[in-house]
Write a protein that binds this ligand. Structure first.
Ligand code: TXA
Ligand code: MG
Length: 318
């Protein structure tokens, strides 16, 4: 099987119940036809993902949304008008059309309408929604470029190329199952403040206390293979060098010739987010013992980035 395929080949494979890695504006997804349970099973098998972690359903039209859900609270409608197509996933009460395999036996389904032009074209031509988790092995970093998917799965997986993902972090997930309150299950580049400003008085925010299974919210996630250590000050960086002499650095302002590899990221959060996972992969592949990452600002625009870095990081053993 050739690894990079055309849109036409992707449509054929999906119809035959095969998996295809597809580009989206957040991260690349590992897509399967939602109407074929045996295709959905292949997603879990290939990723080594436990069956109790539900998948996100990707749609192209509001008609498809109606077919997948049983209810849409008014504030969820407002979010859809504001942010779709785009990097927002809504968890909504599911309809009978959605297989229990996709939702991990829950009565809700995570749905989003991606904005990536290739994903949209594919979904429109396919005419059915596609279930797709991020196209990486369980617990590793999400792919934001086709080459990341290829490095992870090799020739076994057909890939539809769509360039680097513009957003670069996974979608924001909002739990919209209830009429009067909502929760943010996973932070993303659509911030809590943006969501709040659209919802206004239609519903109130409730902080996360529910027991829904959200794999992106496990404490450790998105990890590179090498340890990832956070630093703020030059003193903190120097103390990291005492733990490992060969460090790769992912920096904002710091320049340090001791790094075996130094990757500078933008101080604009959107640009930073777009390149973060690529930087983590590059640093991971370098001849280092650990990766030192300069902590980004603690302001609201950096909230999702902070969250991803924290989850991927550890501390050096004392
Ligand atoms: O940006 C994204 O969301 C990417 C692209 C490919 O769309 N997808 C993605 O999928 O990040 P995945 O499977 O890596 O993460 C999906 C998250 C998981 O944490 C899962 O638990 C949660 O969505 N999720 C899906 N359905 C859910 C549901 N019914 N209730 C609660 N959480 C759900
Ligand atoms: Mg994932």
């Amino acid at each position: 099987m050739t690894r990079y395929i055309s849109l036409k080949e992707a449509l054929t494979l999906l119809e035959q119940g095969e998996l295809v890695a597809i580009p989206t504006e957040t991260v690349y997804g590992l897509a399967a036809d939602i109407t074929q349970d045996q295709a959905i099973r292949k997603i879990f098998d290939l990723k080594s993902r436990p069956y109790n972690h539900p998948l996100i359903v990707h749609i192209a039209t509001l008609k498809q949304l109606q077919d997948c859900i049983s209810h849409l609270p008014p504030y969820a409608k407002a979010l859809i008008e504001a942010f779709w197509p785009g990097p927002l996933t809504l968890v909504l009460p599911k309809s009978d059309n959605i297989s229990n395999l996709i939702t991990a036996e829950q009565d809700s389904v995570g749905i989003r309408m991606p904005s990536h032009p290739v994903a949209r074209e594919l979904l429109l031509a396919f005419g059915k929604p596609l279930a797709a988790p991020s196209a990486n092995r369980y617990e590793s970093i999400s792919p934001t470029r086709a080459e990341h998917v290829y490095k992870e799965f090799g020739d076994t997986l057909a890939i539809l190329e769509g360039g680097p993902s513009e957003v670069g972090l996974e979608s924001t997930i909002v739990d919209a199952r209830y009429e009067t309150h909502y929760q943010i299950l996973r932070p993303g580049m659509i911030s809590q403040a943006q969501i709040q400003s659209v919802i206004g008085t239609l519903a109130h925010y409730q902080s996360l206390s529910d027991s829904l299974a959200v794999s992106g919210n496990k404490k450790k996630h998105y990890s590179p293979n090498k340890p990832l250590w956070i630093f703020n000050t030059p003193e903190e960086l120097s103390s990291l060098f005492k733990h490992a002499s060969k460090l790769a650095g992912i920096v904002l302002h710091t320049q340090d010739s001791r790094f075996v590899k130094q990757i500078q990221l933008s101080n604009h959060p959107k640009e930073y987010a777009k390149n973060l996972y690529h930087a983590l992969r590059l640093a991971d592949a370098s001849d280092c013992q650990a990766i030192a990452i300069e902590e980004p600002p603690k302001t609201a625009e950096w909230e999702a980035i902070q969250d991803k870095i924290k989850r991927a990081s550890t501390k050096p053993a004392p």
